[in-house]
Write a protein that binds this ligand. Structure first.
Ligand code: ZN
Ligand code: MN
Length: 149
């Protein structure tokens, strides 16, 4: 399964760059990767609390910062005042964001992964970060809207 493979991969990369895999870190990693739902740090913390109540929010932040600096997690802002994290697909990809329920969905369009590189070439910029987001109603919210009408 992709999530398990990715969890093992991130653990290995942490080890390779000299980080210890503490039980707390492993819990955070599992909460980050489990649902591929682009959780916020606070959501990861709430999930981790269930299995590892001694893990602090500061540890969650620190672990996410470490993973972000290693390029193993994509950090994004979607307008709700919190950072959200995608550790499953850390490389560039666009997202669709539901303005009703806040759901964040990966958009997979072949060929789009080279967009940052193309933007760099077209502008002459050395690109450090990129985000492409589309806002609208998710399928579930469209259905609920129809039922309400
Ligand atoms: Zn929705
Ligand atoms: Mn994503």
């Amino acid at each position: 399964m992709e999530i398990q493979r990715r969890t093992a991969e991130v653990q290995q990369k942490l080890r390779d760059s000299g980080h210890r895999i503490t039980p707390q870190r492993l819990c955070i990693l599992e909460a980050l990767l489990a649902a591929n739902s682009h959780p916020s740090a606070e959501e990861i913390y709430a999930q981790v609390q269930r299995v590892s109540p001694t893990t602090s929010l500061a540890t969650v932040y620190k672990t996410l910062d470490t993973l972000r600096d290693m390029g193993e997690v994509m950090e994004m802002e979607v307008g709700d005042g919190r950072f959200h994290y995608d550790g499953v697909h850390p490389q560039f990809h666009p997202h669709a964001i539901c303005t009703r329920c806040g759901r964040i969905t990966d958009i997979e369009i072949p060929g789009l992964t080279s967009l940052p590189e193309q933007a760099g070439e077209a502008s002459g910029y050395e690109i450090h970060a990129q985000r492409v987001e589309f806002y609208g109603l998710c399928v579930e919210c469209q259905n609920q809207k129809e039922q309400a009408e």
